[in-house]
Design a protein around this ligand. Structure first.
Ligand code: SAH
Ligand code: SF4
Length: 349
């Protein structure tokens, strides 16, 4: 297996690389401390034999993303636009609250899923990211905090930036394992959330692989017709198949699943839509995160009024279904859900 970034290698693979090249195995641990505890982004200073340092340098990049633009929202949210070594755009968002700092990472440059309400969908797809490129986004936020002398640390990682995580499951799995690893980022499983637009077989694979993460599913709409008109993925795996995968996940994992529901005027924010949602959620160990539609490039899709949103929430809550409304963050810098599009992909090539 060949990776371009050293952070993409599992502990085991790094050990194998070292032993194949006649180096001591304990170096693997030393290198991982350098990468994930000290978060160094250069080989210089790494206390290993010069020959090993040279070998690493010629085989693996230690830094893959270059910062292009950093923008700060009036609400404290920060968004970075990076370019990969092959010049594709990747965006990362840091969302601070009083007690937490969540990092929203991209798993791909662009997205191929083509959801009609999402700006990332409209920019098209460039390529999947390596695990090292995903991890580097988090490292960069740690470095930003220390540079800014902020007494903060990254408390949560949400895989909700550009891309469909379950279309890049190998890299997402590796990133989660590293984030969870006591000897690397040491983050609890509940602090890592992977969100999917509904790749049903990928949901089962997360369990098969025992990926340390919480699962969120972008339900968006609770009936097939509406969902299919908004998300092409519903043609491949419709609600029946998606719910089968979710039920299977609930049963095998014993966990909760978060359902992301987008409130769109006259589509998903109506009385009938509320009833469909109740019917779907009531029998399941799921909680709903509702998000009012953020600005997108589709003139046919509008955000509902405040009154429509409140009526929807009341109808759902009246049936004791747990629904939270997510406060939009970073809208002024296009950092909110579904707004990450940087530049159109054609311009990047
Ligand atoms: N591709 C994955 C993860 C990234 S999208 C997924 O779809 O789940 C992150 C979240 O933003 C998803 O829940 C998606 O439904 C939501 N989203 C996309 N466009 C949006 C918009 N215009 N307004 C509000 N939420 C949006
Ligand atoms: Fe891709 Fe998620 Fe946007 Fe759909 S909502 S286009 S899956 S990033």
């Amino acid at each position: 297996m060949y990776f371009k970034d050293i952070k993409s290698l599992s502990h085991e693979e790094l050990r194998r690389f070292l032993s194949d090249n006649g180096h001591k195995l304990y170096r693997a641990e030393q290198i991982r401390v350098w990468l994930f505890k000290l978060m160094m982004q250069a080989y210089e200073g790494l206390n290993v034999p010069a020959e090993l340092c040279e070998l690493l340098k010629t085989n693996f990049r230690i830094k893959s993303l270059r910062e292009e633009i950093k923008t700060e929202s009036s609400d404290g949210t920060v968004k970075w636009l990076y370019k990969t070594a092959d010049d594709f755009p990747v965006e990362t968002v840091m969302i601070p609250t009083e007690t937490r700092a969540s990092v929203c990472v991209s798993t791909q440059s662009g997205c191929a899923m083509d959801c009609v309400f999402c700006r990332t969908g409209s920019m098209g797809f460039n390529r999947s990211l390596e695990a090292g490129e995903i991890l580097e986004q988090i490292i960069n936020v740690h470095k930003y905090f220390s540079k800014e002398k902020q007494e903060r640390t990254v408390t949560n990682v949400i895989f909700m930036g550009m891309g469909e995580p379950l279309m890049n499951l190998e890299a997402v799995h590796r990133a989660c394992v590293c984030l969870h690893d006591q000897k690397a980022f040491a983050m609890g499983k509940g602090r890592l959330t992977v969100s999917t637009s509904g790749i049903a077989p990928g949901i089962a694979e997360l369990l098969d692989r025992n990926t340390p993460c919480h699962l969120a599913v972008s339900l968006v709409a609770a009936d097939n017709e509406t969902r299919e008109s908004l998300m092409p993925v519903n043609k491949r795996w419709n609600l029946t198949e998606l719910l089968k995968a979710i039920d299977n996940y609930l049963e095998r994992s014993g966990e909760w699943v978060t359902l992301e529901y987008i409130l769109i005027k006259n589509k998903t924010c109506t009385k009938t839509a509320a009833e469909n949602l109740i019917r779907l959620v009531k029998p399941r160990r799921c909680k709903v995160n509702a998000i009012v539609l953020n600005g997108n490039e589709n003139p046919e899709l509008q955000a509902p009024s405040e009154q429509e949103v409140n009526e929807f929430l009341e109808t759902v809550r009246a049936k004791s279904v747990q629904i939270n409304i997510r406060n939009p963050r970073g809208r002024d810098i296009l950092a909110a859900c579904g707004q990450l599009a940087s530049i159109p992909c054609k311009a990047a090539i």
